[in-house]
Design a protein around this ligand. Structure first.
Ligand SMILES: Cc1cc2nc3c(=O)[nH]c(=O)nc-3n(C[C@H](O)[C@H](O)[C@H](O)COP(=O)(O)OP(=O)(O)OC[C@H]3O[C@@H](n4cnc5c(N)ncnc54)[C@H](O)[C@@H]3O)c2cc1C
Length: 439
């Protein structure tokens, strides 16, 4: 670790104690090996880091939590680690939060939920709020309110010239439009954002776990059930074998289950009525669905928090007819022996209706997101599932892209062309190197 003039934070070069810890994120499959890491403590450090990198002929990459399987920074790149910039301030009257670049959703929830206000966070409180929002952000209130990127009021950004700018929806040019959904590691380093908050204090939520012999019935019933649930009902279906390790609830350990996750943001009695047809499909191995404070939203998916070498792949599906469900069951059901975790998230509702100013998010008509992950090594069976479901595929959602998956499928041709033109205009030298290629 070195203190360097111009930085309030620290600088780590290969061989320095702390270099390895600073370049590591949640997904160990992304192996950042930058020229050096800047542990930034504020927007001033970020601006200094960008200016210095450009002067040295180096590129710039950004690391917040490392949950995204992003492009790894190489020896020609300076990696800006934002994790020390984790401040969150809330104006409960204006229903807005200012969130710094390194804050995780759990930091935001801790600041907003005492006011009975919820952000449009995702399933894991450990994910970075800014990185998530720059990729669109599809959360558990999304069918009611839309993508997180639909509800950004302002971005504070350090550009490729090291300049700090503040951008709202009315800013000249297309940069704000582009940051909302296509901003990860592209166009600049976002140092903070202001986002809308929503008056949601409680959820009727949790998980319904069904044994392997009920998986087929549950998947078929789930697909039919999602056809006409109200927008306040967020849900997903996960098919996987739980590891046989301490920490996993006893009835699930080592067993293949269908896990239906529920997050209903209306009254608990209505939620109970809506969930009843799913409960009626088969006895549950475990049923944790009930009234809960919004602050506990992260317990619904209960995703692992330990770093893992995950190989992900995502596809947005336009529909999920019975033939698609049978394909899914054949390749990811209990008899398939698939090594990957498979998850279908229900989209639609407000995701499909542009909210607020237009932005770069595409494929809004998606009905489901199919996401798979395998660890620690890639496995071709995962690709085979996505290929088999191709007849129903629309493209991909940026936040659920895997390592090595280009952003090509995330944006329609017109949007991709507009983004490429903006890259040429705002970053003609290609300073921001950890962005996914558009083609
Ligand atoms: C367990 C788990 C649950 C998830 N749940 C959801 C979910 O419910 N909904 C959803 O939409 N997504 C979800 N995701 C995906 C997640 O939103 C993306 O992986 C997101 O990119 C993570 O952002 P991060 O900042 O935490 O990660 P990082 O890997 O640190 O960053 C991701 C990308 O964003 C860029 N970036 C980060 N900060 C900045 C910044 N300040 N300025 C410019 N670029 C930046 C990075 O360079 C990188 O390209 C989940 C992921 C995991 C692993």
């Amino acid at each position: 670790m070195r203190r360097v003039n111009g930085f309030s934070g620290q600088l780590y070069r290969p061989g320095d104690g702390g270099y390895d810890a600073e370049r590591a994120g949640h997904n160990l499959a992304v192996d950042h090996r930058p020229a050096y890491v800047v542990g930034a403590t504020g927007a001033g450090d970020v601006a200094t880091a960008v200016g210095r990198a450009v002067a040295e002929g180096l590129g710039v990459g950004v690391l917040a939590t490392g949950h995204g399987p992003s492009v790894a920074a190489d020896a020609r790149t300076v990696l800006v680690n934002t994790r020390r910039m984790n401040g969150v301030t809330v104006d409960p009257v204006a229903r807005v939060a200012r969130v710094e670049a390194g804050a995780r959703w759990r930091d935001v929830l801790a600041a907003t939920t005492p006011h009975g206000l919820a952000p449009l966070n995702g399933s894991s409180p450990a994910v970075g709020a800014v990185g998530y929002t720059l990729g669109g952000g599809a959360g558990l209130l999304g069918r009611r309110h839309g993508y997180a990127a639909d509800h950004v009021r302002r971005f504070e950004l350090v550009t490729a010239t090291g300049e700090s700018v503040s951008l709202g929806p009315a800013a000249a040019g297309d940069l704000f439009w582009a940051l909302c959904g296509a901003g990860q590691g592209r166009f600049g380093v976002v140092t903070a954002m202001e986002i809308d908050l929503f008056p949601v204090a409680r959820l009727y939520g949790g998980g319904l776990f069904f044994a392997a012999d009920a998986v087929g019935d549950v998947a078929r019933a789930y697909a039919a059930w999602t056809d006409d649930v109200p927008d306040g009902m967020a849900s997903s279906l996960k098919l996987a074998r739980s590891p046989d390790v301490p920490g996993v609830p006893g009835p699930l350990r080592g067993r293949f289950t269908a896990h239906v996750r529920i997050a209903w943001s209306g009254r608990a009695d209505e939620g109970e009525r809506l969930v009843a047809p799913l409960r009626a499909v088969a006895p549950r191995v475990l049923d944790t669905v009930g009234d809960m404070p919004y602050a506990e939203v992260g317990t619904i998916h209960a995703e692992p928090t330990e770093p893992v070498s995950a190989h992900d792949r995502g596809t947005l599906l336009g529909s999920l007819p019975p033939r698609a469900v049978e394909t899914l069951l054949a390749l990811a059901g209990p008899a398939a022996g698939a090594p990957f975790v498979c998850e279908l998230r229900h989209f639609g509702g407000a995701f499909a209706r542009p909210q607020g100013p237009r932005n770069a998010i595409c494929h809004r008509e998606a009905a489901f997101s199919l996401f798979t992950a395998v660890a620690p090594d890639p496995d071709p069976s995962q690709d085979a599932l996505h290929e088999a479901l191709r007849p129903w595929a629309l493209g991909s959602f940026t936040n659920f892209l895997g390592a090595g998956q280009a952003a090509t499928g995330s944006y329609d041709a017109r949007t991709a062309g507009r983004l490429a033109a903006l890259e040429r205009h705002h970053d003609p030298e290609g300073v921001f190197r950890t962005r996914r290629p558009l083609t």
